[in-house]
Write a protein that binds this ligand. Structure first.
Ligand code: GLC
Length: 541
């Protein structure tokens, strides 16, 4: 077994984590100062959202120099210090690798505007389509952040492809020179000591053709760029030439990936891939997050079971920087707030796979009560609002729908205590804090024995101690519709984990077996025939 089979990951979104120089934005020194906090939580690895140089249209996911650090976060020396300090605490660092596109401020892109430049072919430049003397985009593809996927460039009279914002031009993976550049980038960071990469939208990198595509509600064009054979070939090459020789860990963000496709991506390509079916498949219509439908726990359980049963190993996660907060989505912000945070933690940390906790999840951070679009920073969220307005939705309705998706819910600065701005900074923070920071903050969580943090800590400690919970087989039991129940077994040890994932009390088909060792209500009676709202328990058999 490898280190990533055993460790619990923690994702850091650097601008919101910890602000050491009090300029209103988190930084690398801030992260260093909180390593002991993460160690106390029991973390063994960090996925660091981009810290590379960026024009920050999409908060780091638009890289302007792959081998330099964003000065807002610090310097290369700070980054090296982070690696060193993390290593002392036996915490691995995994970087974000954003290679589907660069920033339009990247030197390659600026030079590529010149058709004579060797960099021209690093991007996807196409002649306009002329219809009745009018210049139109070369095909009908949508940007994943809405609007056309093509932007006209006045300087050279050509269009370039951007699957995300127009400031994020797609690299051209039909050009072998681009693949060679990526290899250099991988080596640069691996030589410095990073343990691997989280690979951003990695199943979009290869475009098979640039024909018009079937018109869809969203993602028109996807049959030509999602999970293409060419993408698999490139990942195999990167693995063979760089990742494998360095024994690097990789986890791919693979949009809309099916189980079968996911299996292919872990054959001599990536180590793991993030599934998203338990997000898009449980509470939205047509997989469109603004079109919210009622969350049904049994749907979640069905999907989790499917991935647990059919994938050899999978990352486990409820949150990341693109998703709304899990307690607000799958739990309860009201009466059963703590119980639901702890139940979700139990499900997250006891399945078979590699758990990823997103910053703030361990203290039960909720969604934020944003008052208007003026408080929103995220470009994709703004695009969605503007599109809804163009579609003639009223201001109030458009705002409400947009908030179902708003990525800023996950991006508000971490409240470290209950002082002004949650102790994050004393100047104006780059994004407002969650209004509940006086109630939900790290200091309070650390001081109260029944806090969300302390429950996470116990749970992770148990997982870190027990091989059955890390590596054991999983076997499901049927205790009721909204009840997620399973055994984890290794050698002579067996744990039984039962969670009522719904906000209603549920009768259980049989009593919970074994000796209760961790539960989220004050007590657990093994004879009880009912599980209370969001109740969960771990027993030892
Ligand atoms: C991924 C990132 C997201 C970013 C997008 C474009 O989905 O997680 O934050 O906006 O890729 O890079």
């Amino acid at each position: 077994m490898e280190w990533w089979n055993k460790r619990v990951f923690y994702q850091i979104y650097p601008r919101s984590f910890c602000d050491a120089n009090n300029d209103g934005m988190g930084d690398i020194q801030g992260i260093i100062s909180k390593l002991p906090y993460l160690k106390e939580l029991g973390i063994g690895a960090i996925w660091l959202s981009p810290v590379t140089a960026s024009s920050d249209y999409d908060n780091g996911y638009d890289v302007s120099d792959y081998c330099d650090i964003n000065p807002k976060f610090g310097t290369m020396d700070d980054f090296k210090a982070l690696l060193k300090e993390a290593d002392k605490l036996d915490i691995k660092i995994v970087m974000d690798l954003v290679i589907n596109h660069t920033s339009d401020q990247h030197r390659w892109f600026i030079e590529s505007k010149n058709p004579e430049s060797p960099y021209h072919n690093y991007y996807v430049w196409k002649e306009p389509r002329l219809v009745k003397g009018k210049k139109l985009p070369p095909n009908n593809w949508d940007s994943l952040f809405l609007g056309s996927a093509w932007k006209y460039c006045e300087e050279n009279g050509l269009y370039y492809l951007h699957l995300f914002t127009e400031n994020q031009p797609d690299l051209n993976y039909n050009n072998p020179a681009v693949i060679e550049e990526v290899k250099k980038i991988l080596k640069f960071w691996l030589d410095m000591g990073v343990a691997g990469f989280r690979c951003d939208v990695i199943n979009c990198i290869y475009k098979t053709s640039y024909d018009d595509a079937k018109k869809r509600r969203i993602k028109t064009g996807k049959e030509f760029y999602l999970s293409q054979k060419g993408c698999h070939d490139i990942l195999k090459e990167l693995n063979r030439d760089v990742l494998k020789p360095y024994n690097a860990f990789t986890v791919g963000e693979t949009m809309d990936v099916s189980l079968e496709e996911a299996k292919d991506f872990i054959q001599d390509e990536l180590t793991l891939v993030f599934p998203f079916e338990h997000h898009t498949g449980v509470d939205c219509w047509f997989q469109i997050p603004v079109l919210k439908r009622k969350y049904k726990p049994f749907r979640m359980i069905k999907i989790l079971k499917k991935w647990q049963t059919k994938m050899p190993w999978t990352p486990l996660f409820f949150e990341n920087h693109d998703q709304v907060r899990s307690v607000s989505r799958f739990g309860d912000e009201g009466k059963y707030y703590k119980e639901s945070v702890k139940m979700l933690a139990t499900v997250l940390l006891t399945q078979r796979g590699t758990p990823f906790i997103y910053q703030g999840e361990e203290i039960g951070l909720t969604n934020t009560d944003f008052k208007s679009m003026d408080e929103i920073d995220d470009i994709a969220t703004k695009n969605i609002y503007d599109t809804l307005r163009r579609l003639k939705f009223g201001k109030k309705r458009a705002f409400k729908m947009t908030m179902n998706y708003a990525r800023d819910h996950a991006r508000t600065p971490i409240p470290w205590d209950d002082s002004e701005n949650g102790g994050f900074c004393t100047v104006k923070p780059w994004l407002r804090l969650n209004e509940k920071y006086k109630e939900i903050n790290v200091k309070k969580n650390l001081s109260e024995s029944d806090s969300c943090f302390n429950y996470y800590k116990k749970l992770i400690a148990l997982r870190n101690e027990e091989e059955a919970l890390q590596l054991g087989d999983i076997e499901f039991a049927d205790l009721g519709k909204d009840i997620f129940a399973y055994y984890r077994k290794k050698d002579d040890k067996t744990f039984f984990i039962v969670s009522n994932m719904s906000g209603k009390a549920q009768k259980i088909r049989e009593e919970v077996r074994g000796l209760p060792i961790l539960f989220n209500y004050r007590n657990f009676n093994p004879q009880q025939k009912i599980l209370r709202p969001f109740e969960s328990v771990i027993t030892r058999i």
